[in-house]
Design a protein around this ligand. Structure first.
Ligand code: ADP
Length: 478
């Protein structure tokens, strides 16, 4: 088997969230497990790309309406990613300082960009006769590939090749007006319905219809999508036989408290207390926090999905009632969600520290040095932060939804390692804050739960086997 992963993100090249983490790790572990796996993404004008050496493998041109769009496929030379990384260089479309947006906002030509990228990938596979056995698409940005393989005459030689889809986030579907139809390559007109969902071209919907099999990144999220997925519910119920749920792994080589170069104190000789206290002391020093009080941290995108609006209300409320709790907020996103945290830091700067930025190194230090990690998500397809936090001995505080429900057990239950709550309300959140503060008083219990959390196995070694079984099942391989 040789699988080509097609994606918008891949860590460490380009990452804005969990999609990048997964595509940067799964192929490495598939390779280790004996399945050849490589990755292709667009080439962005980001720092990492400029620092690497690239070999041009192929030069071509895709047609978009009356325009010829030139592109190059390049290969990373001397990479030690654990898989072959290819990039598609499309001048004018992807040579920008961001994946989906830059400092001026979201790019307005996303339909054209993704159409060109997907076509370039298919054309390259076809013309270079790459020895791949199947294609694995990730999220809506690559969602028209299964359709184009089946219904576009120029790609008909790929018709029989299995295509798989992973839905990392069904909240983003790539929904476009039919007025964009003229930008698509010619396809059999009777197949237009395979592009359509609710009178729009829906890239994710089309992928669900046309792929051989799809999965979501946790079983609970798949079930949730069948009842609530911004209009795709009917389709998911219709296509249920192709759907599975596979919980993400984490890259335990990158995320290793014993060796992580981004944290100050490593875990040595299983001396948990020195590791945890050492990292907390560094955090407290840096942000002027009190090491004697609990630190509750949020790391993530400042968007509606993450429940950050209710979280800021709950923090406002608790800091007015007690001084026995501290918060660190690291995130960026929409101003409407960022502003309350800036305001909190302004008015309650001794208890709330707000860092509005994307900062990979700081995120590692926070996983290592905090006591609790907050995830009050409205929905969470899988969630990686809770897995990283457990690996670094920090107790996740999660709303029971999607992958959070599948990976975190409440501390009051057998072998629990987290604080769980059901509703995204200030009431439930404040109750959880008090639970965290109470737990923090009982240090022996606190430390034993933290250490128990560190033993949870969410490694990709195990998850890669699930993916291999999934491929084989739908490809009819014993
Ligand atoms: P999503 O993909 O919905 O954003 P996940 O929990 O699956 O959420 O993955 C989030 C990933 O992005 C984690 O690796 C997290 O550490 C990282 N991340 C999110 N926001 C930031 C930030 N502001 N700084 C550093 N890392 C961040």
């Amino acid at each position: 088997m040789h699988v080509l992963h097609v994606s918008a993100e891949c860590y460490p090249a380009a990452k804005t969230g969990g999609l990048g983490d997964v595509v940067g790790a799964l192929p490495k572990y598939l390779n280790d497990a004996g399945v050849d796996a490589s990755v292709i993404i667009p080439k962005y004008s980001l720092k990492w790309f400029a620092e690497q050496e690239w070999e041009i493998l192929f030069t071509g041109q895709v047609r978009m309406h009356i325009w010829g769009v030139p592109y190059q496929v390049q290969r990373l030379v001397n990479g030690d990613l654990g898989f072959q990384l290819y990039v598609v260089h499309i001048p004018g479309k992807f040579d920008r300082a961001g994946v989906y947006s830059d400092q001026n906002g979201y790019f307005g030509d996303s339909f054209e960009r993704w159409i060109c990228f997907q076509q370039a990938v298919l054309q390259w596979i076809l013309l270079t006769q790459l020895p791949i056995t199947h294609i694995h698409c990730h999220d809506h940005h690559t969602g028209l590939i299964p359709f184009m393989m089946r219904y576009c005459s120029i790609y008909q030689d790929l018709q029989g090749m299995p295509s798989f889809l992973t839905i990392h986030n069904g909240g983003y579907q790539g929904r476009y007006s039919w007025s964009n139809n003229y930008l698509l390559p010619y396809y059999d007109p009777y197949a237009a319905g395979m592009l359509d969902w609710e009178n729009s071209i829906n890239m994710l919907g089309s992928a669900i219809k046309c792929c051989w099999a799809f999965n979501t990144v946790s079983p609970s999220y798949l079930e949730e999508m069948k009842t609530s997925s911004l209009g795709l519910e009917g389709l998911l119920n219709l296509e249920w036989m192709k759907g599975s749920g596979i919980v993400n792994g984490i890259d335990t080589e990158v995320w290793d408290p014993r060796t992580d170069p981004m944290i100050g104190v490593h875990l040595k000789d299983d001396d948990f207390l020195s590791y945890k206290r050492g990292n907390k002391a560094i955090l407290c020093e840096r942000f002027g926090l009190d090491p004697g009080l609990p630190i509750l941290t949020f790391i993530g995108r400042m968007v509606h999905q993450k429940g950050v609006d209710v979280l800021s209300d709950a923090i406002w409320s608790i800091v007015q009632h007690t001084k026995q709790i501290q918060f660190v907020i690291l995130g960026s996103g929409e101003a409407i969600y960022e502003d309350p945290y800036k305001s909190l830091a302004h008015h309650h700067g001794d208890q709330v520290k707000t860092i509005i930025q994307y900062n990979e190194a700081l995120s590692h230090q926070l996983y290592a040095g905090s006591d609790f990690l907050l995830m009050p998500s409205r929905e969470e397809p899988c969630g990686l932060n809770q897995l990283y936090s457990m690996r670094y001995g920090t107790i996740p505080m999660v709303r029971r939804t999607g992958g959070l429900q599948d990976t975190v057990i409440d501390v009051d239950d057998w072998q629990g390692t987290g604080i769980c709550f059901d509703q995204l309300t200030t009431g439930d959140l404040i109750h959880s804050f008090y639970r965290a503060m109470r737990l923090y008083q009982h240090k022996s219990r606190l430390y034993s739960i933290m250490q128990e959390a560190m033993t949870r196995d969410h490694s990709w070694e195990r998850v890669a086997q699930d993916y291999i079984a999934w491929y084989k099942y739908y490809m009819g391989i014993e």
